[in-house]
Design a protein. Structure first.
Length: 353
């Protein structure tokens, strides 16, 4: 083994060690770094337009974009999260004291169903109404307890949250200002052809923008519409139900219907006919059509990822990475598909050489 080869292998080993060490140091704030990067990618087109209007003043353009992000995204998200945690804590208190009993509502629905439905439920092994009622009550109690616990944790970890938020905003400013240069430098480090690099980077940015800009806007719109309708109908915890509908809207083939359909059924079987009809029509004609109208406009057809892949990768991402996984999961799936799309051309290039 000659000296140059030994030096190169030693350098690669050193490079791997310092890279792992650097990643290990950054892990406590990976969420702040991740979302700083995601927001920089999503708002890059806006930053480019501002940069052109501000006559190529990069610092001012980056700062202006950052302030827009704070006003449009950060502050509303903090306010909604705080209200959600407070409402979750209040619901937990009512469930814990017995003031709110979801099991009783469920039993009320079951009592008016025909015997044929009870027989069908028995055949499927879910005919024990009292057992189902207890499970439903326990599940609701655990969910509200989780929100109440999170509210306490947020209060106790305010300083840590502020540090993470500060890191994200600080990093976001420099990513907006120097993002184009960093992207060019990153391409030079990837040992792929220009065509393959362009394909991977285009796929990466497309999926990030589609997932964040498209899916979140659609989910937020559906959740807001559902929450407003719940508030109009006098349903308690409208904000909490609206957030749950928004979250479920991120999952293809599941959607907000998992929340509003049972409520509409409850209205119909308990005699609140007009409320049930209004909620059903609103859910089908308004909430349901939002996805069909807004998603093609915001997301487009560039991602070319099947719905079942998005569903599974989103659920898997949430299970592995927590809340960040609803972006990380589909992103990994898109890069997986993109790499396998490039595989045949990579083989041909290797054979030609």
């Amino acid at each position: 083994m000659n000296n140059s080869n030994l030096y190169f292998r030693t350098f690669l080993l050193l490079l791997a060690i310092v890279t792992v060490a650097f990643i290990w140091v950054l892990l406590p704030y990976y969420g702040a770094i991740f979302w700083g990067t995601i927001l920089a990618i999503v708002f890059a087109p806006l930053h480019r337009r501002l940069l052109a209007k501000l006559r190529s003043r990069p610092n001012l353009a980056a700062f202006t974009t950052l302030m827009i992000i704070v006003l449009m995204v950060i502050i509303p998200l903090i306010l909604i999260t705080g209200s959600l945690l407070q409402e979750g804590a209040a619901i937990y208190k009512r469930l814990n004291t017995g003031e709110l009993n979801l099991g009783a509502y469920f039993e009320q629905i079951m009592s008016v169903l025909p015997s044929s439905v009870h027989d069908m439920l028995t055949r499927f092994g879910v005919g024990d109404i009292f057992s189902l009622r207890e499970k439903l009550s326990a599940g609701a109690l655990q969910g509200s307890k989780f929100l109440a616990t999170q509210a306490v944790n947020v209060g106790q970890n305010t300083f840590e949250f502020l540090i993470g938020l500060g890191i994200m905003l600080y990093l976001l400013f420099f990513l907006l200002r120097d993002g184009a240069q960093l992207a060019r430098q990153s391409k030079q480090l990837i040992p792929l052809s220009d065509e393959h690099q362009q394909h991977l980077f285009r796929k990466f940015t497309t999926v990030v923008r589609a997932t964040v800009k498209g899916n979140i806007v659609v989910a937020a719109t559906q959740g807001a519409l559902g929450g407003l309708m719940f508030w109009f109908l006098g349903i308690q915890g409208a904000l909490l139900w609206g957030v749950l509908m928004a979250f479920l809207s991120l999952l293809p083939a599941v959607g907000a219907a998992l929340i509003w359909v049972p409520v509409a059924v409850y209205f119909l079987v308990t005699g609140a006919i007009w409320q049930g009809i209004v909620l059903t029509l609103f859910g089908v004609l308004v909430i349901g059509l939002v996805d069909n109208i807004l998603r093609p406009l915001l997301v487009g057809k560039d991602t070319k990822i099947p719905d079942y892949v998005i569903l599974i990768s989103t659920l898997g991402g949430l299970a592995v990475f927590g809340l960040n996984g609803f972006v990380i999961g589909p992103l990994f799936a898109a890069l997986f598909i993109a790499c396998w799309d490039l595989f045949p051309s990579a083989i041909r290039m290797n054979q030609e050489e």
